[in-house]
Design a protein around this ligand. Structure first.
Ligand code: ZN
Length: 167
Protein backbone atom coordinates (compact mmCIF):
# COMPACT_ATOMS: atom_id res chain seq x y z
CA UNK A 1 0.00 0.00 0.00
CA UNK A 2 1.42 3.39 -0.92
CA UNK A 3 1.33 6.18 1.56
CA UNK A 4 0.05 9.37 0.03
CA UNK A 5 1.65 12.60 1.10
CA UNK A 6 -1.87 13.65 2.02
CA UNK A 7 -2.82 10.56 3.96
CA UNK A 8 -0.82 10.60 7.16
CA UNK A 9 -0.17 7.15 8.57
CA UNK A 10 -2.62 7.63 11.44
CA UNK A 11 -5.52 7.59 8.97
CA UNK A 12 -4.74 3.88 8.46
CA UNK A 13 -4.49 3.07 12.14
CA UNK A 14 -7.10 0.79 13.62
CA UNK A 15 -8.40 3.67 15.77
CA UNK A 16 -9.10 5.75 12.65
CA UNK A 17 -10.47 2.87 10.59
CA UNK A 18 -12.79 1.94 13.47
CA UNK A 19 -14.57 5.29 13.16
CA UNK A 20 -16.10 4.29 9.81
CA UNK A 21 -19.05 1.97 9.29
CA UNK A 22 -19.02 -0.13 6.11
CA UNK A 23 -22.66 0.72 5.45
CA UNK A 24 -23.65 4.04 3.94
CA UNK A 25 -26.00 6.37 5.81
CA UNK A 26 -29.68 5.97 4.87
CA UNK A 27 -30.11 9.76 4.52
CA UNK A 28 -28.59 12.09 1.94
CA UNK A 29 -27.43 15.67 2.23
CA UNK A 30 -28.88 18.18 -0.23
CA UNK A 31 -26.70 21.20 -0.75
CA UNK A 32 -26.55 23.90 -3.41
CA UNK A 33 -23.66 24.49 -5.75
CA UNK A 34 -23.25 28.00 -4.29
CA UNK A 35 -23.06 26.68 -0.70
CA UNK A 36 -20.43 24.15 -1.83
CA UNK A 37 -18.44 26.90 -3.53
CA UNK A 38 -18.61 28.99 -0.35
CA UNK A 39 -17.49 26.03 1.78
CA UNK A 40 -14.52 25.28 -0.47
CA UNK A 41 -13.51 28.94 -0.59
CA UNK A 42 -13.65 29.19 3.19
CA UNK A 43 -11.59 26.01 3.61
CA UNK A 44 -8.98 27.31 1.15
CA UNK A 45 -8.86 30.79 2.68
CA UNK A 46 -8.36 29.29 6.14
CA UNK A 47 -5.61 26.93 5.01
CA UNK A 48 -3.29 25.79 6.56
CA UNK A 49 -5.57 26.08 9.59
CA UNK A 50 -8.72 24.10 10.12
CA UNK A 51 -11.93 26.02 9.61
CA UNK A 52 -15.37 25.05 10.91
CA UNK A 53 -18.96 26.19 10.82
CA UNK A 54 -22.61 25.26 10.92
CA UNK A 55 -25.08 23.90 8.43
CA UNK A 56 -28.43 25.64 8.67
CA UNK A 57 -31.56 24.08 7.22
CA UNK A 58 -33.99 21.31 8.05
CA UNK A 59 -34.13 17.55 8.27
CA UNK A 60 -36.81 15.98 6.13
CA UNK A 61 -37.41 12.20 5.97
CA UNK A 62 -33.94 11.62 7.34
CA UNK A 63 -32.33 13.84 4.67
CA UNK A 64 -30.39 16.98 5.52
CA UNK A 65 -31.51 19.98 3.46
CA UNK A 66 -28.90 22.72 3.72
CA UNK A 67 -30.22 26.25 3.18
CA UNK A 68 -27.24 28.18 4.44
CA UNK A 69 -23.74 27.73 5.78
CA UNK A 70 -22.39 29.88 8.59
CA UNK A 71 -18.70 30.05 9.48
CA UNK A 72 -17.92 29.92 13.22
CA UNK A 73 -14.53 30.60 14.76
CA UNK A 74 -12.33 27.61 15.45
CA UNK A 75 -10.86 28.16 18.91
CA UNK A 76 -8.22 25.55 18.24
CA UNK A 77 -5.55 27.03 16.00
CA UNK A 78 -3.66 23.79 15.61
CA UNK A 79 -3.47 22.52 12.01
CA UNK A 80 -3.28 18.90 13.09
CA UNK A 81 -6.66 18.04 11.50
CA UNK A 82 -7.57 15.78 14.34
CA UNK A 83 -9.41 18.23 16.51
CA UNK A 84 -11.25 21.48 16.17
CA UNK A 85 -13.17 23.48 18.70
CA UNK A 86 -16.19 25.34 17.47
CA UNK A 87 -16.66 28.61 19.34
CA UNK A 88 -19.65 27.92 21.65
CA UNK A 89 -20.62 31.61 21.67
CA UNK A 90 -20.91 31.57 17.87
CA UNK A 91 -23.04 28.45 18.11
CA UNK A 92 -25.36 29.94 20.70
CA UNK A 93 -25.78 33.19 18.78
CA UNK A 94 -26.85 31.36 15.63
CA UNK A 95 -29.04 28.92 17.56
CA UNK A 96 -30.84 31.83 19.22
CA UNK A 97 -31.26 33.62 15.89
CA UNK A 98 -32.96 30.57 14.40
CA UNK A 99 -35.52 30.17 17.16
CA UNK A 100 -39.02 30.57 15.82
CA UNK A 101 -37.90 30.12 12.22
CA UNK A 102 -38.30 26.94 10.19
CA UNK A 103 -34.53 26.52 10.05
CA UNK A 104 -32.28 24.94 12.61
CA UNK A 105 -28.67 23.86 12.98
CA UNK A 106 -28.42 20.49 11.24
CA UNK A 107 -24.71 19.86 11.09
CA UNK A 108 -21.13 20.96 11.54
CA UNK A 109 -18.54 21.18 8.78
CA UNK A 110 -14.78 21.43 9.15
CA UNK A 111 -11.68 21.19 7.00
CA UNK A 112 -8.76 18.78 7.11
CA UNK A 113 -5.66 20.63 5.87
CA UNK A 114 -3.36 18.22 3.99
CA UNK A 115 -5.39 15.27 5.23
CA UNK A 116 -8.16 13.10 3.77
CA UNK A 117 -11.82 13.98 4.20
CA UNK A 118 -12.16 11.02 6.55
CA UNK A 119 -13.11 11.40 10.21
CA UNK A 120 -10.72 11.13 13.14
CA UNK A 121 -11.53 9.42 16.46
CA UNK A 122 -11.85 12.91 17.98
CA UNK A 123 -14.39 13.84 15.31
CA UNK A 124 -16.41 10.80 16.36
CA UNK A 125 -16.11 11.59 20.07
CA UNK A 126 -17.51 15.07 19.44
CA UNK A 127 -20.23 14.08 16.98
CA UNK A 128 -23.89 14.43 17.84
CA UNK A 129 -26.64 12.10 16.82
CA UNK A 130 -28.70 13.31 13.82
CA UNK A 131 -26.17 15.97 12.74
CA UNK A 132 -24.44 15.86 9.33
CA UNK A 133 -20.65 16.28 9.30
CA UNK A 134 -19.10 17.34 6.00
CA UNK A 135 -15.29 17.23 6.01
CA UNK A 136 -13.39 19.20 3.37
CA UNK A 137 -9.92 18.01 2.44
CA UNK A 138 -7.63 20.91 1.47
CA UNK A 139 -4.25 19.94 0.10
CA UNK A 140 -1.62 22.61 -0.50
CA UNK A 141 -4.36 25.21 -0.29
CA UNK A 142 -6.73 23.57 -2.82
CA UNK A 143 -9.91 21.67 -2.03
CA UNK A 144 -9.49 18.10 -3.22
CA UNK A 145 -12.54 16.38 -1.81
CA UNK A 146 -15.53 16.74 0.46
CA UNK A 147 -17.13 13.75 2.18
CA UNK A 148 -20.07 13.88 4.54
CA UNK A 149 -20.64 11.70 7.60
CA UNK A 150 -23.31 10.96 10.18
CA UNK A 151 -23.26 8.77 13.27
CA UNK A 152 -24.86 5.34 13.26
CA UNK A 153 -25.93 5.19 16.89
CA UNK A 154 -26.25 1.39 16.79
CA UNK A 155 -22.48 0.90 16.60
CA UNK A 156 -21.21 4.46 17.19
CA UNK A 157 -19.47 4.74 13.83
CA UNK A 158 -19.62 7.28 11.05
CA UNK A 159 -21.56 6.35 7.95
CA UNK A 160 -20.85 8.04 4.65
CA UNK A 161 -23.65 10.39 3.60
CA UNK A 162 -24.28 10.81 -0.13
CA UNK A 163 -24.00 14.43 -1.25
CA UNK A 164 -26.76 15.55 -3.61
CA UNK A 165 -26.18 18.87 -5.37
CA UNK A 166 -29.24 21.02 -5.82
CA UNK A 167 -29.69 24.21 -7.82
ZN1 ZN B 1 -11.69 16.27 11.70
Amino acid sequence: MTTSKFEPERFRSSAYLATIDSAAAPGHIHISESSLTALFREAETGYPLEICGLLIGCINNGNWLVHEIRPVANLNTDRAADRFQLDPTGYQTIDRELRGTENEIIGVYHSHPDCPAKPSPTDLDNAWESFAYPIISVCEGKTTEMLCWSVNTKNNRFQNVRIVKIA
